[in-house]
Design a protein around this ligand. Structure first.
Ligand code: G1P
Length: 291
C-alpha cells in the first residue's frame, strides 16, 4: 500500500439546483469563473499539490466535463490551420493536465455514496476529495497544505473554516479542540452534518477538501442515510474517527462557494481583479459605477 496521497476524487454528479436555470443543461462544474470552468480550478489545485490521478464521479448529463479534459480534435485542427498558436497551446494543455478516470454515480444518494463509487479506482491507499464548488485561492495550494499535515500526523485531514452565526447549518461541523502545538490543527472528537444553529458543536465548518485513509470506504459501505436522507461523507468520517485520528485544518487562503450565485459573483470580481490583462480596466470600470 502506498502511503503517498496520489489520487483525488472529485464528486461531480450533483444536479446544481442552486444555480438554475444556468445548470438545466450545463453541468455546474462547467460554469465559467472568469474564463475557466470551476472544475478546472480544482484540477489545477490537485496537480499543484502533487496529485497524479484524478477520479471524477459523474452522472447523467456531465458529458461536457469529459469533453473539456479530452483532446478536441476539430478545435485544435482549426486553431492550427489559422495559426492561432497561443490558443492551440491552451487547448492542448487542458487535455494533458492529468491522468483522469471516470466513474458514474448512478443514483444521487449523497456525497458519501459518491465518494464510495471511487473505491475500486482508489484502492488501498490514502486519497484526497475535492468538492469542485469550493474554489480556494491559496499559496501553497490548500490541498498541498493538507497533505503536509497528513504526512506529519498520519491521520485524515478535513479543511475547515470558522463560520459565525446561523450560516453554520449549511456545513458539516466539527467537535473537538485546538491542537496545543499548531493553532491551525483541530483535534476532532466528533462531527455532525448540517446541525441546527443551536446544536452546532463549534464554529469549525468543513470545507470541500479532505485527505482520507482508505478505511473510510468500508465504513461508508455501512453508513445509513443521514441528514437530508442522504449517505453523508461526514457520517462515514465520524465512524472513522472511532478507529483513527481525524484532524480539522484551518487552511491559509480564501474559499469561494462557486456553486452559489452570490459566491460566484464574489469570486468573479476578485479573480478578474487579479488578471493582469484586464485588472486595471476592470478596476476603473468598477470605480465608475454609481454604487
Ligand atoms: C458538503 C458536505 C458538508 C461540507 C460542505 C462544504 O455539503 O456534506 O459537510 O461542509 O460540502 O462545502 P454540500 O455543500 O454538498 O451540501
Amino acid at each position: 500500500m502506498s502511503n503517498r496521497v496520489r489520487k483525488a476524487v472529485f464528486p461531480a454528479g450533483g444536479l446544481g439546483t442552486r444555480f438554475l436555470p444556468a445548470t438545466k443543461v450545463i453541468p455546474k462544474e462547467m460554469l465559467a469563473l472568469v474564463d475557466k470552468p470551476i472544475i478546472q480550478y480544482g484540477v489545477e489545485e490537485a496537480i499543484a499539490s502533487g496529485i497524479e490521478h484524478i477520479i471524477f464521479v459523474t452522472g447523467r448529463g456531465k458529458g461536457a466535463m469529459e469533453d473539456h479534459f479530452d483532446i478536441s480534435y476539430e478545435l485544435d485542427a482549426t486553431l492550427e490551420r489559422k495559426g492561432k498558436k497561443e490558443l492551440l497551446a491552451l487547448s492542448r494543455s487542458i487535455s494533458s493536465l492529468a491522468r483522469i478516470s471516470y466513474v458514474r454515480q448512478k443514483e444521487p444518494l449523497g456525497l458519501g455514496h459518491a465518494v464510495l463509487c471511487a473505491k475500486e479506482l482508489v484502492g488501498d491507499e490514502p486519497f484526497a476529495v475535492i468538492l469542485p464548488d469550493d474554489v480556494i485561492e491559496a499559496e501553497p495550494p490548500c490541498l498541498k497544505q493538507m497533505i503536509d499535515v497528513f504526512d506529519e500526523r498520519g491521520g485524515s485531514v478535513l479543511a475547515t473554516q470558522t463560520v459565525e452565526g446561523p450560516g453554520i447549518s449549511a456545513y458539516g461541523v466539527l467537535a473537538g479542540s485546538q491542537d496545543a502545538h499548531n493553532v491551525r490543527i483541530y483535534n476532532c472528537t466528533g462531527m455532525v452534518e448540517k446541525p441546527k444553529f443551536e446544536d452546532a458543536p463549534s464554529k469549525q465548518a468543513i470545507i470541500g477538501r479532505y485527505v482520507l485513509t482508505p478505511r473510510v470506504f468500508e465504513l461508508l459501505e455501512k453508513t445509513t442515510p443521514g441528514a437530508g436522507g442522504e449517505i453523508q461523507l461526514t457520517d462515514g468520517i465520524m465512524a472513522l474517527l472511532k478507529e483513527e485520528k481525524v484532524f480539522g485544518y484551518t487552511f491559509k487562503g480564501r474559499r469561494f462557494d462557486a456553486g452559489d450565485k452570490f459566491g460566484m459573483l464574489q469570486a468573479t470580481v476578485e479573480f478578474a481583479l487579479k488578471r493582469p490583462e484586464f485588472a486595471d480596466k476592470f478596476r476603473e470600470y468598477l470605480k465608475g459605477l454609481a454604487l
